[in-house]
Write a protein of this length. Structure first.
Length: 158
């Protein structure tokens, strides 16, 4: 992994994060979520969400940059669903040129570390399942349709 800069973003970064997330989704989720969702959801909607997340403090966010360009984003915070409550890894995105570099591992370490936690992952995303399994996560039997995409998600816990 090259020398990257890690920092907590401000609301001024919301647009860049939204554009980065949109590219990540369009690269990673083809065949995982409906194409109509990928085609219709862009940076404008995501910018509003990221600005609210950063400003509202509903989650912690960390960005990784390579020469000022965002190459990774992780967010985490308290989450709950029915009887599951605690630390939740809410999002993790890494640019395609950083895949396999160790950046995703670093983002996990800098966010939730080795703490007990849970996360949601698309059922049809075997790459993500393998990654999280290496970090000690396993399915706990909870699944439901994602409210935004309608695609099936499953909860992983450690």
């Amino acid at each position: 992994m090259r020398d990257l800069t890690f920092r907590t973003p401000t609301t001024a970064d919301a647009r860049a994060i939204a554009e980065f997330q949109t590219v990540c989704w369009r690269e990673a989720y083809v065949g995982v979520v409906p194409k109509v969702y990928l085609d219709s959801t862009g940076p404008d909607e995501r910018q509003r969400r990221w600005a609210a997340r950063i400003l509202g403090g509903e989650r912690d966010v960390l960005v990784a940059e390579d020469d000022g360009r965002i190459v990774g984003v992780v967010s985490w915070g308290h989450g709950s669903w029915l009887d599951v409550s605690g630390l939740e890894l809410k999002s993790l995105y890494v640019s395609t040129d950083q895949r396999g570099s160790g950046l995703a591992n670093t983002l996990v370490a800098r966010s939730i570390g080795d703490a007990p936690a849970f996360l949601w992952v698309y059922e049809a995303n075997p790459r993500a399942h393998a990654f999280y399994r290496r970090h000690g996560f396993a399915p706990n039997g909870i699944r439901e349709p994602d409210p935004d995409t309608g695609a099936e998600v499953i909860m992983l816990r450690r």
